[in-house]
Write a protein that binds this ligand. Structure first.
Ligand code: FAD
Ligand code: SF4
Length: 510
């Protein structure tokens, strides 16, 4: 059997026709390889929405490659390979290659699995740099090395200066680095009005076939698939970006933290899937946003607020994921030991904020940042859910979840399992925060102001329980130390009533 040159692996979140794999591709001696494997939805849970998104985007990408005459080996669900290891083994048994190549996957587990297969077949595997990000290989590590306590803000400023994004004469445009103060508006009593709908994409024949295949080969996944409207091609992703910039970005800054009943998208971009699957590059999203500001189409707080998410947070959590690699899943700084409550899988709860946020995830695989951080994440943190259990839920249920971005956000920012690597303090709040930022409490049987008694808001009760049980940690933080003092300003009777209510909740979650 004569040897081919490169077997080039393309994973489901590497749908980038400009990746390094294509740079020196030879149509005669090289092959492209893609695989749909069942374990990526079952052993490592993935919801219906997420699974259909990945498989549909992969099949659309494969169609494009075939129409561009690339020699592609594609294993689909009907080939019944369980793991990447199995699908790759099957290929290596059929053909012989000098080398396997793959852009570095965004999940250490997948790297290990592919590496193991290459080792077993005694073939070299080369990891190519992922050029889809703004920061380059080694850049974050060098920046981190100089810092005792890294903070996103300084990394973000560094990138803005070095890439000259929203910079004039070496100073930030508008004279300040961030407009966070302007970006915390709620919708008030009347709610969001005249909000332009985002561009939603109907399922085409390829997506419909994916849904049929999923029902046949992966029948037991969580969530719903009656509505599926995510972009699955490069063309759709570009259209979604254009539509967002034209119609909704101008209010992104103002309302980025606000929530509203039955309004999943509000002024958010829905672009994380396009970015994470690599249908869009962060550079083009940032360039288009800056241009819209320079064309006076959007205000500075919207442009800066949106760019900060992608240039700041996205690049920052990626750097941190690789800095702590295998250690993330061992972290449990708050010694959280409880199981994930069942409501996370079926939205079965009277608590309106949680019902709304989880239902949205089941139906669309989506929640915006504040729903993830200050509703589903907050409740798990206050409840004391084991970090690994809540991480598995986030990775399974959100359409945009890939380990490099989900893990630092969930275990670090949201659960403080890292003891303060991603953020400087646990993100905790009582029901008053949710009441201020949404209308959820208006239709909830509980009262966000009450911490004890039958009508008490469970979030408020558990907030005080958390403050009490973690008072040593919180006292060290100037802002949260105040809350410990407030706990001690309560009468003993009040403290006891809150503790009793919390114990009741731990036994009888509503
Ligand atoms: C507990 C938790 C888990 C999360 N898990 C994921 C995840 O698995 N995948 C994911 O892409 N994002 C994750 N995020 C970040 C953020 O919530 C989503 O990126 C965002 O909600 C996606 O919706 P959007 O595209 O409409 O975003 P927008 O609100 O329109 O924001 C614009 C873009 O900024 C980027 N962004 C914003 N915040 C972050 C952040 N903290 N980290 C990285 N990128 C960010 C995203 O690419 C997003 O598309 C998580 C946040 C939390 C608190
Ligand atoms: S009262 Fe409490 S549980 Fe109900 S919606 Fe408000 S914050 Fe959520």
């Amino acid at each position: 059997m004569s040897k081919l040159r490169y077997l080039n692996l393309i994973l489901g979140d590497q749908l980038d026709a400009k990746s390094l794999l294509f740079e020196d591709f030879n149509h005669q001696s090289d092959r492209l390889w893609m695989a749909e494997v069942t374990a990526e939805s079952t052993d490592y849970l993935s919801s219906k929405q997420r699974t259909v998104l990945f498989l549909s985007a992969m099949r659309h990408f494969a169609e494009q490659l075939k129409s561009d005459n690339y020699p592609l080996l594609y294993w689909s669900l009907s080939d019944k390979h369980n793991r990447f290891y199995d699908a790759l083994s099957a290929t290596l048994k059929l053909d012989s290659f000098e080398k396997i190549r793959c852009v570095l996957p965004g999940d250490v587990r997948v790297i290990n699995e592919l590496q193991q297969c290459a080792r077993d077949f005694n073939i070299e595997i080369e990891w190519l740099a992922d050029q889809h990000f703004i920061s380059e290989k080694g850049e974050f590590k060098a920046w981190l090395a100089d810092r005792k306590q890294p903070r996103m803000e300084y990394w973000y400023r560094e990138l803005r200066k070095s890439r000259q994004i929203l910079i004039e004469d070496d100073e930030p445009v508008g004279g300040q680095w961030n407009f966070d103060k302007d970006n915390r508006k709620s919708f008030g009593k009347t709610g969001p009005s005249k909000m332009p709908e985002p561009l939603l994409f109907e399922a085409d024949n390829i997506t419909r076939q994916v849904i049929l295949d999923m029902e046949k080969y992966l029948p037991d996944l969580y969530g719903n698939i009656e509505q599926f409207n995510w972009p699955v091609t490069r063309q759709q992703a570009s259209a979604a970006l254009k539509d967002f910039i034209q119609h909704r970005l101008k209010h992104f800054g103002d309302y980025q933290d606000a929530m509203w009943t039955d309004e999943p998208w509000l002024y958010h971009s829905r672009l994380s899937t396009c970015l994470n699957l690599k249908l869009l590059s962060p550079k083009e999203v940032i360039a288009a946003t800056e241009q819209a500001y320079r064309d006076k189409h959007i205000p500075l707080n919207a442009a800066e607020g949106f760019i900060r998410q992608i240039l700041g947070w996205r690049e920052y959590v990626r750097g941190l994921y690789w800095s702590y690699r295998d250690d993330w899943l061992k972290m449990n700084a708050l010694n959280a030991r409880r199981n994930l409550p069942a409501l996370y899988w079926d939205a079965g709860t009277d608590m309106t904020c949680l019902h709304q946020s989880v239902k949205q995830v089941l139906d669309h695989g989506y929640g915006h940042h504040i729903q993830r951080l200050m509703v589903t994440g907050l409740f798990a943190l206050l409840w004391g859910v084991k970090p690994k259990a809540i991480h598995e839920w986030y990775l399974a249920m959100y359409v945009d979840a890939v380990a490099w971005v989900e893990i630092p956000n969930t275990l670090g920012m949201s659960q403080y399992a890292d003891g303060g690597i991603v953020g400087s303090k646990p993100y905790i709040a009582s029901g008053a925060y949710i009441n201020r930022m949404s209308n959820y409490c208006q239709s909830c049987p509980f009262d966000p102001k009450q911490a004890s008694g039958d009508n008490a808001c469970p979030i408020t009760t558990l907030y005080w329980h958390f403050v009490d049980r973690h008072q040593d940690l919180l006292s060290k933080n100037p802002r949260l130390g105040m809350q410990v003092k407030n706990w001690y300003n309560k009468s003993q009777d009040e403290q006891q009533a809150i503790s009793q209510r919390a114990e009741y909740l731990f036994r009888n979650l509503p």
